[in-house]
Design a protein around this ligand. Structure first.
Ligand SMILES: [Fe+2]
Length: 286
């Protein structure tokens, strides 16, 4: 799986994830690579719309058109509807001021620009305050198929439309409120990240007899979009206890996906999530 698909909460984990799944020798080089890449790349901390180049617009259009060609039949109706609601188009890089005005009026959410890395506490604090952290830069033409860190095509194209959906954002905020409760408990945050991963990033939804995509990690990835609905993928119904016990890898196409029947179902699962994490936190303490 390309790291373009990782959400901000995973950004700090990617180097560790790859480092821990490769050989001793490669771990060393990956560690150096991520250290150097993080140190050297200066990403913008605010969106200055006039700074977007002709190439940026071309990249947005290529990625947008390529994804829409396969998302129209496979993305959830809620995502496709949300894409229209936020007025995203192939020839316009979204202007965050315009997007914020719209989201504020619809759900009270807004976008906050981060250069790339966002520590977990800050990430969940922002979400809890209805602020979605996002990058505002785009990959180069040479990085269309692979990029080491999430850019705004992932953060904005894949994540932002559903911020207009009330049940979806209520779940996102509720999950973040729970995360803050356990923010000083790394083992519990690790478990909670599985819920984020198998829903917000890699979730599928049942629509009639069809499985459809709503997870942002899939939405922004050509390969994952094709893979997740192929015979190679396996599916399980959304279940909090099962997800809490299911680890994931960030460096491969996913092997299994969890299927919800509505965003309302996610929202109504919050008390169960809180309860199960409280029990596990108690067990960790004992
Ligand atoms: Fe993401």
């Amino acid at each position: 799986m390309a790291t373009e698909q990782l959400c901000i909460v995973e950004k700090l984990k990617i180097s560790n994830a790859i480092i821990t799944t490769c050989s001793e020798k490669n771990r060393f080089f990956y560690a150096i690579y991520f250290t150097i890449s993080t140190m050297n790349i200066q990403r913008p901390t605010q969106q200055v719309y006039s700074n977007y180049t002709t190439q940026d617009f071309a990249v947005w259009k290529i990625l947008f058109d390529r994804q829409m060609a396969i998302l129209k039949p496979s993305a959830s109706s809620e995502y496709l509807k949300a894409l229209d609601i936020v007025n995203f188009a192939n020839d316009v890089i979204p202007d965050f001021n315009v997007v914020n005005q719209l989201l504020q009026s619809l759900t009270g959410w807004k976008l906050v620009v981060v250069p790339n890395l966002c520590p977990e506490r800050e990430f969940f604090e922002h979400l809890s305050q209805k602020k979605f952290t996002t990058t505002c830069w785009l990959r180069s033409m040479q990085q269309l198929d692979y990029i080491e860190e999430p850019d705004m095509f992932h953060d904005v194209f894949a994540h932002v439309p559903l911020l207009s959906n009330r049940d979806y954002v209520n779940f996102l905020k509720g999950l973040s409120d729970i995360a803050l409760k356990f923010i000083d408990h790394p083992k519990i945050i690790k478990l909670l990240s599985r819920l984020y991963w198998f829903t917000i990033e890699y979730g599928l939804i049942q629509e009639g007899t069809m499985l459809k995509i709503y997870g942002a990690g899939i939405i922004s990835s050509n390969g994952e979009t094709l893979h997740c609905l192929s015979p190679q993928a396996t599916y399980k119904p959304f279940d909090v206890a099962t997800i809490l016990s299911t680890s994931y890898r960030t460096d491969i196409l996913q092997e299994k996906y969890f299927v919800i029947h509505s965003f309302e179902q996610l929202y109504h699962s919050l008390p169960d999530i809180r309860e199960q994490l409280e029990v596990r936190a108690q067990l960790c303490i004992q």
